[in-house]
Design a protein around this ligand. Structure first.
Ligand SMILES: *Cc1c(COP(=O)(O)O)cnc(C)c1O
Length: 420
């Protein structure tokens, strides 16, 4: 399924039925291009496997928060997983429902808690005792009861990159497994909290099911203890983290992944509980590409560089995690390729998008950086006073501007000079 919305038609890369060449000409580069069909297919793979079961899908907004993208999911009936008050506002503006929102994150402010309580979110995924105390106080002041789940750190190794593994002991996220039962006792005793569930999120870009099964086993053992203490657990939130194919990874098929987890929870005698999934990367990652144009080719003694008009401020993952993104010519040339490092114009040696790529390119050619739909635009910045790229969403043979390119003037419009 990977990349299937982005295919070559008569030698030109297309997004669905729209040529990437015409997109670049109309909207300029660098340009994020999303496919509505690819977003829909990736979400529906979760939704289909959940249909008829006590299971729901909460799309992680932090992977791609564009309103048009969120709206595609909202129209399909998705819930959302948020990590800030800003993301809650986005979900509501995109047509999502607060009652289907779970609020994750390790540092929620009192303001964010108030905002989420007033909107009526489904659940707060709480990560510490201090956060329980704060939420209890905020809910009390509003005369409300806050629905809570504790994010438990199951201490399983998801076998992914250390920067994106979150469920190990030496990690800022979650309540330690050994402290969780006691934390639940304390939560249950707080007057303005209502314990409703348990959650975990063990990492990202996970390409095996086994670590999830280990995490679920640990969670369910804990659920039995919590219920023995007299607190009912209605839902088990298994988090997100399912990986995608960037290069040669072979993550499990989404439907198989969902069914395997649900069947496992059933078989363990917990089939009466609701199960939540919080996918981010696996519903948006391969539904987007970043189009960029080659500015210069710079041959070097040790390396050749293809300097392009996208940079680390547009797509941070290579600089941040040494992440691999496939890079393809939009109109492949029938010429012998050379090996290039594909780099941006930002003044940092870490500003690279791909290393040692065999490409037959000339200045002015367009390249497509694949798998850019997740943790792409959302992580972009204005470093080097670079306006952020436009985002376009393609639907069949039409393209819509989901976010226009920023202007330079807008970048410092609210800055002021010192008084005389
Ligand atoms: C980031 C995050 C997700 C989504 O992770 P993906 O790897 O993009 O699927 C889900 N839940 C929580 C709590 C997260 O922090």
């Amino acid at each position: 399924m990977a990349h299937s919305a982005f295919t070559y038609i008569d030698g030109v890369l297309h997004a669905e039925q729209v040529s990437a060449v015409s997109l670049a000409e109309e909207f300029g580069t660098p340009l994020y291009v999303y496919s509505r069909a690819a977003l829909t297919d990736a979400y529906e793979a979760y939704a289909r496997a959940c249909a008829g079961r006590r299971a729901s899908v909460h799309v992680a907004v932090k992977a791609n928060g564009n309103l048009a993208v969120l709206n595609v999911f909202a129209r399909l009936g998705a819930g959302f997983d948020i990590v800030s008050g800003g993301e809650l506002a986005r979900v509501l503006a995109a047509g999502g429902k607060a009652e289907n929102v779970v609020f994750s994150g390790v540092g929620k402010s009192a303001d964010e808690m108030r905002q989420a309580l007033e909107a009526g979110v489904k659940c707060f995924n709480v990560e510490s005792i201090a956060e329980l105390d704060r939420l209890d106080a905020v809910a009390g002041a509003l005369g409300k009861k806050a629905p809570v789940s504790l994010r438990v750190n199951p201490d399983v190794d998801p076998k992914t990159h250390p920067y994106i593994s979150t469920g190990l002991k030496a990690n800022k996220f979650g309540v330690a497994f050994d402290d969780a039962r006691d934390a639940y006792r304390r939560a249950a005793a707080m007057p303005h909290l209502e314990v409703v569930g348990i959650d975990c999120h063990i990492g990202s870009q996970i390409t095996e099911i086994a670590p999830y099964l280990d995490a679920v086993d640990r969670l369910l053992a804990l659920v039995e203890q919590i219920e023995a203490d007299g607190t009912r657990i209605h839902h088990v939130d298994v988090g997100g983290g399912l990986g995608i194919t960037y290069d040669d990874e072979t993550p499990p098929d989404t439907g198989l992944f969902v069914r395997t987890l649900l069947d496992h929870i059933d078989a363990r005698g917990h089939g009466h509980r609701s199960v939540f999934f919080e996918p981010g990367r696996s519903v948006t990652g391969n539904a987007g590409i970043l189009l960029t144009r080659v500015e210069f080719l710079k041959p070097g003694e040790e390396k050749n560089f293809a300097i392009v008009d996208a940079a680390m401020n547009d797509l941070a993952r290579p600089a941040m995690y040494q992440a691999f993104h496939a890079i393809d010519a939009v109109v492949p040339r029938n010429e012998a390729p050379s090996v290039y490092d594909v780099v941006g114009p930002v003044c940092e040696s870490g500003d690279w998008l791909g290393r040692e790529r065999a490409l037959a390119v000339r200045p002015g050619d367009l390249l497509a950086i694949r798998s850019a739909g997740a943790y792409g635009f959302v992580m972009s910045s204005n470093y080097n006073t670079r306006p952020r790229a436009a985002e376009v969403i393609v639907d069949g043979d039409k393209a819509y501007v989901a976010r226009p390119r920023e202007t330079v003037e807008s970048l410092f419009a609210t800055e002021t000079l010192l008084p005389d």
